[in-house]
Design a binder for this molecule. Structure first.
Ligand code: HAM
Length: 414
């Protein structure tokens, strides 16, 4: 019989030592989450979460065609049309719309949801991923946009990446909307126009030229706008604020970015590796009308945010050797070298754990040699065993030094 395999595009996360390099390493995932949370705290973002299943309606017409085609959706046993969340922004907008009065503005919130998209599997794109979402709600000033970009830069810096490794490509849907309005009367084509711009880097110039021509746009003019990279007044102010923070080297104006999702309104951006080897590390922007749309006109709040996935980021950190090497092992491996001491050893192990010390021990009788090997395999710092009624033998497994100490002395070590 064939063994049961996991679904394509999904990952298992193993503890160290990972069985093969093809498998996910839990330690890496935790490292990324830890840094995300640390930097979010520095910037005053508060953590929230929502359910992984939402009504299908939440995504329809709000996220745009591309994500709708990638939805995992089905009817539940109650006959409701539901979907696994492909992104967090509609959930955030729904939550904010329900209880925004409870919070002072601007609200700075973050979350680390697991998201599901039925995508064609390729490098950097899976059918599930974790995504840091950071959003600011209730502030229309460009200072919020600059704050969000600074946060994004600092997350990547805290993971060990520098301005030589990545760049944030800053753009503005306003610039593109102005460009479109000056050339096209039919607003019905605006969405199609944005989609063509979004695909420019993945499409041949011939195909893009033909698609633009259909809606009366000249590709040459599109290219000229991108080439000029002239910042809009808002982008200019953001650049100034980022320079004030010493973060000017991490950003550039690049109208090649427009974002695929339908709800963006103003400044949009994406983070990329400088060498252009990987897909986007993160992407986001302003979406000043989404909360109004989702609340059916009850709440109207400006908002902006970004999502940073763990897949491309993980590939980059691995390629640059930026993940911490080994898992921290137990503080102590408590040896039971005489079975007559098993019950008193258990009492001491419990006391040590009550103090917050991490302790491993042999659950069944085994030879001293095997116990030393286990201590090493588990990466323990010390091996400890009972020497007599009030004394313990302590062996430092790194320096191999041995000493005799009391229980009180043992406690004070940690
Ligand atoms: P997004 O550009 O669809 O934006 O995704 C943001 C990031 O998530 C991408 O840059 C990429 O790193 C990662 N990502 C997306 N899809 C996949 C996938 N299939 N596999 C692996 N990684 C993936 C959004 O989702 C917006 N809701 C972000 C946002 C938050 N905008 C405002 N607030």
């Amino acid at each position: 019989m064939k063994p049961l395999n996991r679904l394509p595009g999904f990952r298992d996360f193993y503890p160290d030592p990972i069985p093969t390099s093809e498998e996910g390493r839990m330690e890496e995932r935790q490292h990324i989450f830890r840094v995300w949370r640390q930097v979010a705290r520095r910037y005053g973002f508060r953590e929230y979460d929502g359910p992984p299943l939402e009504t299908l309606e939440l995504y329809k017409a709000k996220s745009g065609d591309e994500i709708i085609h990638q939805l995992y959706h089905f009817s539940d046993k109650g006959g409701r049309d539901i979907a696994l969340r492909p992104e967090m922004t509609p959930t955030l907008a729904r939550m904010v719309a329900s209880h925004q009065r409870n919070y002072k503005k601007p609200m700075k919130w973050f979350s680390i949801p697991q998201l599901f998209r039925y995508e064609r599997q390729q490098k950097g794109r899976l059918r599930e991923h974790f995504q840091l979402n950071a959003d600011i709600v209730g502030e229309s000033d460009h200072a919020a946009d600059a704050e969000l970009i600074a946060f994004l830069i600092d997350v990547l810096r805290a993971l060990g990446l520098s301005s030589e490794d990545f760049v944030i490509r800053l753009s503005s849907r306003d610039a593109w909307q102005l460009f479109f309005d000056a050339r096209c009367d039919d607003q019905g084509n605006a969405y199609e126009f944005f989609q063509i711009v979004d695909k420019l880097e993945r499409e041949t110039p011939e195909i893009s030229t033909a698609r633009f021509a259909k809606i009366g746009i000249d590709f040459e003019e599109v290219s000229a706008l991108i080439k000029a990279a002239e910042p809009t007044p808002v982008l200019r102010k953001m650049l100034e604020q980022l320079e004030d923070r010493g973060l000017g080297d991490y950003v550039k104006i690049d109208y090649g970015v427009i974002r695929g999702l339908a709800y963006y309104t103003g400044v949009v951006f994406e983070a990329f590796d400088r060498e252009g080897v990987f897909r986007a590390i993160a992407g986001g922007g302003r979406y000043d009308h989404l909360i109004k749309l989702i609340s059916k006109d009850k709440v109207d709040l400006p908002a902006l945010g970004f999502g940073m996935g763990d897949v491309v980021l993980g590939d980059m950190l691995r390629a640059k050797g930026l993940f911490p090497k080994a898992t921290d092992g137990a503080d102590i491996y408590f040896q039971i070298l005489d079975e007559a001491l098993r019950s008193s050893s258990l009492g001491t192990i419990q006391k040590l754990r009550d103090q917050g010390v991490s302790v491993e021990w042999p659950m069944t009788p085994s030879s001293p040699k095997k116990q030393f090997k286990s201590a090493h395999d588990l990466g323990a710092r010390y091996a400890v065993s009972i020497a007599d009624s009030d004394a313990f033998l302590l062996r430092d497994l790194q320096t191999r030094e041995t000493s005799t100490i009391t229980l009180d002395q043992l406690f004070t070590m940690f």
